[in-house]
Design a protein around this ligand. Structure first.
Ligand code: BTN
Length: 259
């Protein structure tokens, strides 16, 4: 088993960031880092505060799904106070930060499945949840939750075996969670500072999508439709060419690759 020391000191020491990850709150076990991060944000936590769990008992995913967070994985949530204009880019930021970190630490190439699943060899290795409190044009806070399957033996989890993978299963060896977390925090800060300076990360996110040009089934709310994922808009929406030739713009949903 790789190291289990995710103490705040081991994460912060010589991290090289200015604010992301400069405050770390670690829980060996908790319900969901999203809940704790939300409470911290409501109490005015510093921007970049990160809540990390050794394991979560009620990890949650997008569209009210449960998220498995056993020991050996990464489960963290970051507190940000972005401007409203940067809000749509945070999903892109989070998935790109994960792609960069996985490659830097393990050498594995990963891709993004719209809107923000990270896949290695076609299977999901990371899920991302972005939740914001917004009033009119004011963003009170945004929480970015990131779950990475690091040292997880998928054969122990038959319910996700066909769709998920882990870094350790891909490499045939354990991976340091500490190294992945530290790199992730650096990558988040780099991309966030670039956004704040007016830079765009849309092009890189678009080019990292495995979804484009593929036949997909997209679910949003109670609606389901099929078509070819033609493009993505700058706000992160999916442009779906439907079977009848019409084009739909889907702001949020869940896509399944059909070919
Ligand atoms: C998804 O793919 O549906 C999103 C999964 C997000 C999981 C992470 S793990 C850390 C944070 N805490 C949670 O309860 N969920 C997010």
């Amino acid at each position: 088993m790789a190291e289990n020391n995710l103490s705040p000191a081991s994460i912060i020491s010589n991290l090289g960031t200015h604010f992301i990850g400069q405050q770390v709150i670690y829980y060996p076990c908790l319900t969901s880092t999203m809940e704790v991060a939300k409470q911290e944000a409501q109490q005015g936590a510093a921007e970049g505060t990160v809540i990390i769990a050794g394991e979560q008992t009620v990890g949650r995913g997008r569209i009210k799904r449960a998220w498995l967070s056993p020991k050996g994985n990464i489960a963290l949530s970051l507190v940000l106070y972005p401007s409203a204009v940067n809000l749509p880019s945070l999903i892109m930021l989070a998935s790109l930060a994960v792609v960069h970190s996985i490659e830097a630490v393990t050498g594995l190439k990963s891709q993004v499945k719209w809107p923000n699943d990270v896949l290695v060899n076609g299977r999901k290795v990371c899920g991302i949840l972005v939740e914001s409190s917004v009033r009119g044009n004011i963003v009170d806070y945004t929480i970015i939750g990131i779950g990475v399957n690091v040292n997880l033996r998928l054969s122990d989890f038959p319910e996700i075996l066909s769709t998920a993978t882990s870094l350790s299963d891909e490499l045939g060896r354990d991976v340091s969670r500490l190294s992945v977390i530290r790199r992730l925090l650096l990558e988040v800060e780099k991309l966030y500072l670039s956004l704040q300076a007016g830079g765009s990360i849309y092009e890189e996110w678009r080019d990292s999508l495995v979804t484009l040009g593929r036949r997909v089934r997209v679910k949003w709310g109670k609606a389901v439709c099929e078509g070819v994922a033609e493009s993505v808009a700058r706000d992160g929406s999916l442009l779906l060419r439907r079977l009848d030739g019409s084009l739909s713009k889907i702001v949020a949903g869940d896509a399944t690759l059909r070919d």
